[in-house]
Structures are given as structure tokens and as C-alpha cells.
Design a protein around this ligand. Structure first.
Ligand SMILES: Cc1cc2nc3c(=O)[nH]c(=O)nc-3n(C[C@H](O)[C@H](O)[C@H](O)COP(=O)(O)O)c2cc1C
Length: 189
């Protein structure tokens, strides 16, 4: 089935586009890895197939944003267990808080999604289990006005894909390819 590197490149782009738009996609929630040897699940919001960039949303006060800053090496790990396809992205990440892209991402978010950014910074120690949200915001969808202070806590993480290591596990013979921005090659699994 996969006998052509151009098809593999197209397969990667297709999977990322579907992953960004469908909650049901197994690649909707990849593992995002920072260079401090930490990893976490994040929701893929967009794949730009012209720029080959991945977009995620996060809290500007979360520890990972300080690690990434305005340019840092990153990996993103995707896996589809049914189709047995793994994609390991290696790239460069950057955090944007005040950019046009961050404004568009904020404006496109629902008020439920924006509510997350009303709360305390991620990682604070608490004596009791806590969502971190102020009491008044629990269980409601805040209004646009109530959400104004949350905007400064919202950030976009953009990962520029430098290389995708694509792996298909198959009884007929595993397949693996390295797809770079301007390069493509088969490698042994
Ligand atoms: C299903 C799921 C989806 C998540 N989506 C996001 C997300 O889109 N953005 C995000 O910053 N954290 C998301 N998280 C929380 C992160 O995994 C992580 O715990 C949090 O961002 C703090 O990470 P940090 O301490 O490395 O900054 C999600 C967690 C789960 C379980």
C-alpha cells in the first residue's frame, strides 16, 4: 500500500488535518515533548499544510511555556492504534501570546474553552483537590465580559515540523520513512 514517498508525505498531512478537526481521531491528542525531558498530552488545534506547522493552545503561565520560549527543539508523538501508524515529529516550537495568530485562536475558541484560562496558574500546590477556577466560574459558561481577564493567560504553541519519522507496522513488512521539508527517504524499521 505504501510504496511511494510522495504518498507517505500526503498521508502525514492528511492524518494531521483529520486529527486537528476530529475529536474522534486517535491523533487528536498527541504527546508533546520538550527538551527538558518532559512530555504531556495536548489537543492538536490546527495543521497548516503549507507551512507544515502544528498549533496547540496552552496557558501562558504553564511551566512548558518557559521551557519553549520563542524557539526550542521539540518532538510530537502521534499514534493510530487501529491503523498501526506512528508519526514522530521533530521540530522547533515557539510560544505566542500577543500575536495575530494568538488573537485569531482566542477569538475562535468557545467560552467554555476560554474559561480554563480564568483559573490559577497550572501546577500550584493546593491543600484540597481543585480545578483552579474561581468559585463563581464553576459549572457555568462565562460571558465574553467575564472572560476578558483570561485573555492574557492564553498562549498558542506553534511547532514547525522539520522532520516526520513515519512508521507503519504491518504483517506484510513494516515500513518506515523519514520525511523532511525538502527531503524524503525510506529507512529500515
Ligand atoms: C486529554 C487531555 C488533553 C489535554 N489538552 C491540553 C491542551 O490542549 N493544552 C494544554 O496546555 N494542556 C493540555 N492538557 C494538560 C497537559 O497534559 C498538562 O498536564 C498541562 O498542560 C501542564 O503541562 P506542563 O506542566 O508541562 O506545562 C491535556 C490533558 C489531557 C489529559
Amino acid at each position: 500500500m505504501y510504496d511511494d514517498l510522495d504518498k507517505v508525505r500526503a498521508d502525514i498531512a492528511d492524518r494531521f488535518c483529520i486529527a486537528a478537526s476530529s475529536r474522534k481521531s486517535p491523533m487528536h491528542s498527541p504527546v508533546v515533548v520538550t527538551h527538558d525531558a518532559d512530555a504531556r498530552i495536548m489537543i492538536l488545534r490546527e495543521f497548516d499544510c503549507d507551512d507544515w506547522t502544528l498549533r496547540f493552545h496552552t496557558d501562558a503561565r504553564s511551566p512548558k511555556t518557559a521551557v519553549i520560549g520563542d524557539g526550542a527543539p521539540m518532538a510530537v508523538l502521534f499514534y493510530d492504534p487501529e491503523e498501526k501508524v506512528q508519526i514522530r515529529v521533530r521540530g522547533t516550537g515557539r510560544i505566542e501570546t500577543r500575536s495575530a495568530l494568538a488573537d485569531v485562536a482566542w477569538n475562535e475558541s468557545s467560552n467554555f474553552a476560554r474559561r480554563c484560562y480564568l483559573g490559577a496558574p497550572p501546577g500550584e500546590t493546593r491543600a484540597e483537590p481543585s480545578s483552579g477556577l474561581p468559585d463563581w466560574a464553576e459549572g457555568i459558561q462565562p460571558t465574553d465580559e467575564q472572560l476578558v481577564p483570561a485573555r492574557e493567560h492564553f498562549a498558542v504553541l506553534v511547532v514547525k515540523v522539520e522532520e516526520a519519522d513515519w512508521y507503519w507496522l504491518s504483517n506484510e513488512g513494516h515500513r518506515r520513512a523519514l520525511i523532511g521539508r525538502d527531503t524524503a527517504s525510506w529507512i529500515t524499521p
